[in-house]
Design a protein around this ligand. Structure first.
Ligand SMILES: Cc1cc2nc3c(=O)[nH]c(=O)nc-3n(C[C@H](O)[C@H](O)[C@H](O)COP(=O)(O)OP(=O)(O)OC[C@H]3O[C@@H](n4cnc5c(N)ncnc54)[C@H](O)[C@@H]3O)c2cc1C
Length: 534
């Protein structure tokens, strides 16, 4: 039985462990966090994993993610249902401005639950799987590597974090991992599922692996999130964004994420450099700001809800693609990547876990079908470039369009239709997709080049067929190329745009008004505390 080591017990690591074990592998999942998962799911709000701090932020899970679970790991979906996950039929939340009500569709169903609930259920299911061992408190501190090929110098010039460095030009071979406690483990395959902050790529480069540069583009956004518990019945309000409710206003956005059982969360998206808005870190300011947005009033009635978390903030977010193959030459053998270690998109699009699950499926399929490590690396690289890279690019384009609205003087992207990101080179041998994407929501698409996401979003509020295709795009059921540049789709979107119809804007305070409300609420809380002698 071959042995695999998976670094990281997040969504991607657990999914890949399950699928590899079912393909006949013995799998050790190593996670740096201590084993402090609450025994009872009811206490999941207290589970704060320092290794995956996004767990404290709002999450929603796309229809494609649900389909992947249904097909490849139905026990996880069953476990989520038992945990009170919300399954929302998107047709029931279609815009009222559509010409016709869309029919029910079993595929167009999204999952609403806290990220901690998903991880709790996944650990429960994967931990029971024969062949999988999950080890907590097992921080991986380096790789066991050796060089391969002519001219390689195995063992020479070992870099920090590695046992040996590779010879120039030869692919580095990974044989196992070194743990922070000084022990080491060998395996036939190591999977980097260590997430956004994975150190593995740095170790590979330090050891001399010849890797293409990552593509990395700043998202230009920071998030503030807070969780609440409802005491009363849920308000009968449609979710205007399908799986969430909310809107983008001037220089900020605010979304509400319904979650498992009686929990929901709110998230503000803001410019990272927006110093004034940091007042939202305070609970009183956050609550008052959220309540100032009309559509959330029924959700945030003070009599009906109680906050169940502090406000958490997260910034330094980027869209990122990290291939391991340069110009058709694998830089490393015996190690594959999955989840955020391979691709990250702006969390606003709620695609991360779906892409992590898809990556786990593709990795397990590849390993099952192909034995040669170099061919495996090439096959997964092909998948990264064709199936995953379009989501990276789509995210970059959507961020660029938003930044043109939020930060018109300094959007942080090149204007004039230049598709190359400014903060990082595209990987060598990488063909940008689509060939000449348009930057910015307002830029008219060149003839035949497609429509922007913003244009499609608008038309999807009017034309039911456009809504169906666009909803499948948003849920990763169709790739961007099958929608935004599809000639029939483009024609239908342009028909709607040509009528001059525009949806009513979602009412909400301006950025300045929001700041005033939040600052005032904080001052009142301070005055109240002083009056009480605290
Ligand atoms: C603010 C925010 C909101 C988001 N919202 C959504 C959403 O609504 N929907 C969605 O689908 N996605 C969302 N995402 C993205 C999603 O959280 C990620 O895509 C997803 O967590 C990726 O899973 P992963 O398993 O690759 O990484 P992670 O879940 O980050 O797991 C990585 C694991 O590796 C472990 N680890 C790290 N280093 C080591 C080491 N050296 N040794 C051992 N273990 C290690 C960590 O402890 C952790 O458990 C959001 C992300 C952010 C930042």
């Amino acid at each position: 039985m071959p042995d695999a080591i998976v670094i990281g017990a997040g969504a991607s690591g657990l999914a890949v462990a399950l699928l590899l074990a079912r393909g006949g592998w013995r799998v050790d999942v190593l996670d740096r966090d201590p084993d402090d998962r609450p025994r009872d799911l009811a206490d999941v709000a207290d589970w704060h994993r320092p290794g995956a701090t996004q767990t404290w932020h709002s999450h929603a899970f796309l229809a494609r993610g649900r389909s992947l679970l249904r097909e490849h790991a139905p026990e996880i979906l069953d476990g989520l249902r038992a945990a009170g996950v919300r399954e929302t039929r998107l047709s029931e939340h279609a815009p009222p401005t559509l010409a016709d009500v869309p029919p029910e569709d079993d595929e167009l169903v999204v999952l609403g639950c806290r990220r901690a609930t998903l991880d709790w259920v996944m650990r429960e299911v994967v931990g029971r799987e024969p062949g999988v061992t999950i080890r907590s408190g097992a921080r991986v501190a380096g790789l066991l590597t050796e060089a391969r090929g002519p001219g390689s110098a195995s063992g020479a010039g070992a870099a920090p974090g590695t046992e040996a460095a590779s010879g120039a030009g030869a692919p580095l071979v990974v044989r196992g991992v070194r743990l922070a406690n000084g022990s080491s483990r060998t395996a036939d395959l190591v999977v980097d599922a260590a997430g956004r902050l994975s150190p593995v790529r740095r170790w590979l480069v330090d050891a001399g692996a010849d890797l293409p540069p990552p593509a990395e583009v700043d998202c230009g956004i920071a998030y503030y999130s807070r969780f609440y518990r409802r005491r009363g019945p849920e308000p009968a309000v449609a979710l205007n964004r399908g799986h969430t409710a909310g809107a983008s206003f001037d220089r900020y956005s605010c979304l509400m994420f319904p979650a498992d059982r009686d929990v929901f969360s709110m998230t503000f998206g803001v410019l990272p450099e927006d110093g004034d808005i940091r007042v939202l870190r305070h609970g009183a300011a956050f609550d008052a700001a959220a309540r100032a947005i009309e559509m959330f009033v029924p959700w945030l009635d003070a009599e009906q809800v109680v906050p169940v978390s502090p406000v958490t903030a997260m910034s330094h977010l980027s869209n990122r693609l990290r291939p391991l193959v340069a110009d058709g030459r694998p830089g490393v053998l015996g190690l594959l990547t999955v989840g955020d270690a391979a691709i990250i998109t702006n969390p606003a699009h709620t695609r991360g876990v779906t892409l992590a699950l898809l990556g786990a499926v593709r990795l397990a399929e590849t390993v099952r079908a192909i034995r040669d490590p170099a061919d495996r690396a090439l096959a997964l690289d092909q998948s990264l470039r064709t199936e995953f890279a379009p989501w990276f690019e789509d995210s970059v384009h959507q961020d660029a369009a938003r930044l043109l609205r939020w930060r018109p003087d300094n959007p942080g992207v090149r204007s004039g239709g230049d598709p190359s990101p400014i903060n990082g080179a595209l990987p060598t041998g990488y063909t940008p997709w689509p060939p000449r994407p348009e930057w910015g929501a307002n830029a008219p698409a060149a003839a035949g080049a497609g429509v922007t996401n913003g244009e499609a979003y608008l038309a999807a509020r009017r034309d039911p067929w456009v809504w169906d295709r666009f909803t499948r795009l948003q849920n990763a059921l169709l790739p961007p190329s099958a929608v935004l540049t599809d000639s029939a789709f483009v024609a239908r979107v342009r028909d709607v745009l040509a009528t001059g119809w525009r949806p009513d804007p979602v009412p909400g305070p301006s950025h300045g008004e929001l700041m005033g409300i939040a600052t005032e609420a904080l001052a009142q809380e301070g005055a109240g505390a002083r009056a009480r002698g605290n």
